[in-house]
Design a protein around this ligand. Sequence first.
Ligand SMILES: [Zn+2]
Length: 305
Amino acid sequence: MGFRLLFVLCAIFLSQMLSSCSGTLAEGQSIDGELAMEHVRQIVSWGPHPPGSEAQTKVGDYLVSTLKSFDLQTHEHRFEALTPLGRIEMRTIWAEVKGTTDSVIVLASHYDSKYFEEFEFVGANDGGSSTGVLLELARTLSESNPTPFTLWFVFFDGEEAFRTWTSRDSLYGSREFVSRLGKQGKLNKISAFILLDLIGSKNVVLRRDQNSTQWLNELIWKKADEMGHSDVFAPRGWTAAVDDHTPFAEQGIPVVDLIDLRYAHWHTSGDTLDKLSSRNMEIVANVVLAGLPEIASELKEKQDR
Ligand SMILES: [Zn+2]
């Protein structure tokens, strides 16, 4: 074997080793904001869909059939939650993309719309946009996983409070999820938790969440800056969210919540499709997608230390 050939083979071997260590996106791997928007359209077409409603069953079934259409196996937690309105059936749905390790990075959204007696609330942005984006992330990541980690796409039911938000009237799905994993001794499988909520409006501005893990915030905001998306990921300013990432953070799991708490139509009848931007949903999802390989290598480095 000539030196040249040996050199070329070594170079190929080395570059493959490096790419499998750090992970890279497949060529052309990206998010289609229009496909994400199509999912939101479908979800909103069933109207208000608080936990336990007939419409919520339809949304849940839609999530399952869409995930299956990506050749993903789906799992469900069905449980009865004690709420101020009595006992209500809830269903958290998730799908898995295997990695080379059992350690998991969770990508999550809630898919319930908040229950209101007084007006019709469909939650196009609050619940809808992140659910559409999470399905689109599941589609592209089911084709190619740019990390050695196993990826879970988790759709929580019952994020919203039925009355006023308290630690008992909120986060039903995520609290149940953490509790079950804890009982099964599986919580230590979860290496990081990435939450999307209220990410799709025409004027979306995401600010770093004070209750998220600092290095995850910094990594994602740096990635957004590199990609030229500082209009959506504000370079300055903070928010403080209690959300589906909270039960995971309480277990010491690194978490990040991408959320726009200043959305003008938050919890009003005006949270409708016309407030959404497929371009902004695409931007948020592409930043998460592009950040995943770096999150994975940072996690690996921390685990190896
Ligand atoms: Zn809400």
